[in-house]
Ligand binder design. Structure first.
Ligand SMILES: Cc1ncc(COP(=O)(O)O)c(C=O)c1O
Length: 471
């Protein structure tokens, strides 16, 4: 079919580059893309980092892998260089002194600056957010504060989690349980999907499991968005249900922050943790974020004795005005910042700030609106393709847009994965895979466009044909 002709006849074919470009020109967030470095095909194929002087010009790759590692913002290099200059020219005084021409605060305040920029992304008060540590470490710190099993007293000692939780979460929970002298086999209540080919967990099943174990549950810890299926859990409903039973609840938001419009304060979440290297584009292993509901961040003085929700403590969580007096009398900063332990890496935070600045130039509401359109377009093209290629793949992410974020997870027919990946890689299409048969495709609304989605589907269709012909 002549796709251009069909578009001009007023009957546009969604599976066409013209249609995709029309959607791009109508996209109010289209300019956000220019904030990012998109690797070219030549960048990806070259065996060196440096570009040889005689290299031909190359086109950007199709990058749909922000669920794994976000792209580098253009301004990250600038802010990291500001950090280097500040350190090089000011040394220790860089901790304290404001510089009139610097976009970064003194090192001593850079964590607070990052938290201020982070708070609107998660629907939190500034005081409820800290940028610190790394995700798994933070889950441990938060569990040390919020998981306080009391088998003999209140009878609450179990933790509800998914049977297919991200391994690090599973290990963290398991080791916390062992740390409390309990047996993980008896203590972990695992949510298992009823259908292993479509392993989503219906909200009703989660609520029912909470009901069944309510009197023994000390904690529920779930992902906001499931890493494998892309399922977006009903955070407000599950949180409210856990609270009705007096159970504390925390959320791992690794795949949710920067992806969907979460409202952690309004949803009355107790605590949450997330990384910044996926949708938050801060670089591999960059410093992470935590949310602690203001209820648990209060510090009340009884005479000279501070009363606060228990936690593991370090000097960076100590009252900022007296931190350097070295008194060994811990008075936590109110809010999530009282959970900080060590002085943070200003190098790392320069990259986090660079990325958060971009988010603060738009809003999660607008980004989510675009994301819903992008992912719906991806789904629409995949649906069309599925009619042409029956039996070759299946989408395992929920079909209801409010139950998913940007990502669609696609289960391929047995034996296709390796050949499909080979062709995608050859064509410069970057997605990620979960062996033996799932690919995850995530159009990130900050830098992906409708043309990326079209190109992915076009290349995938050829990849499927090639792979099927080899089986
Ligand atoms: C859902 C989830 N939880 C935990 C982790 C572990 O993160 P980190 O290595 O930053 O601790 C990841 C990493 O991708 C993840 O996706």
């Amino acid at each position: 079919m002549d796709k251009t002709a069909s578009l001009t006849r007023g009957n546009p074919d969604p599976f066409s580059i013209e249609y995709a470009s029309t959607l791009d020109t109508k996209d109010p967030l289209q300019d956000c893309r220019s904030n990012f470095h998109i690797p070219t095909l030549a960048d990806l194929k070259r065996s060196t980092l440096a570009k040889p002087p005689n290299e031909d010009p190359s086109t950007p790759c199709t990058y749909l892998c922000g669920n794994s590692l976000g792209l580098q913002p253009v301004r990250t290099g600038d802010l990291v260089n500001v950090f280097l200059t500040q350190w090089r020219t000011k040394a220790v005084t860089g901790h304290f002194v404001e510089h009139t021409d610097s976009p970064l605060p003194p090192f001593l305040d850079i964590d607070d600056h990052a938290a201020k920029l982070m708070a609107p992304l998660v629907g939190a008060f500034e005081a409820e957010v800290a940028v610190m540590g790394t995700l798994t470490g933070n889950l441990h710190f938060l569990m040390s504060s919020f998981y306080r099993p009391d088998k003999k007293g209140s009878g609450r000692w179990k933790i509800l989690l998914e049977g297919k939780a991200f391994p690090s979460d599973h290990y963290a929970i398991e080791s916390q349980i062992v740390h409390h002298g309990l047996d993980p086999a008896e203590t972990m209540v695992l949510l298992e999907p009823n259908n292993h080919r479509h392993p989503v967990l219906p909200t009703e099943q989660i609520l029912k499991t909470i009901d069944e174990h309510a009197s023994e549950l000390a904690l529920v810890l779930l992902p906001g968005i499931q890493f494998y299926t892309g399922q977006y859990f009903d955070i407000p409903r599950i949180t409210a249900h856990a609270h009705e039973h007096g159970i504390l609840i925390g959320w791992d938001l690794a795949h949710a922050v920067g992806n969907v419009d979460v409202k952690l304060h309004d949803w009355d979440v107790d605590f949450a943790a997330w990384c910044t290297y996926k949708y938050l584009n801060s670089g591999p292993g960059a410093m992470a974020g935590i949310f602690v509901n203001e209820k648990y961040g209060k510090v009340e003085m009884e005479g000279s004795i501070p009363k606060f929700w228990p936690r593991l403590s370090g000097w960076w969580g100590d009252d900022k005005s007296t931190r350097f007096q070295m008194t060994n009398k811990f008075v936590p900063r109110p809010g999530a910042k009282g959970y900080q332990l060590s002085n943070p890496s200003a190098l790392d935070l320069a990259a986090v700030v660079a990325s958060l600045q971009i988010f603060n130039e738009t809003s999660m509401t607008d980004l989510r609106q675009k994301s819903l359109r992008l992912t719906a377009y991806l789904e629409q093209l995949l649906n069309t393709m599925a009619l042409r290629k029956p039996g070759l793949f299946d989408i395992i992410t929920p079909r209801n847009p409010s139950e998913r974020g940007a990502q669609l997870s696609i289960r391929l027919a047995p034996g296709l994965l390796d050949n499909v990946l080979e062709h995608l890689e050859h064509e410069g299409v970057i997605i990620d895979e979960r062996k033996p048969d799932v690919i995850r495709v995530a159009p990130a609304p900050l830098y992906n466009n409708f043309t990326d989605v079209f190109r992915f589907c076009q290349v995938l269709e050829t990849a499927l044909d090639k792979a099927a012909s080899k089986t």
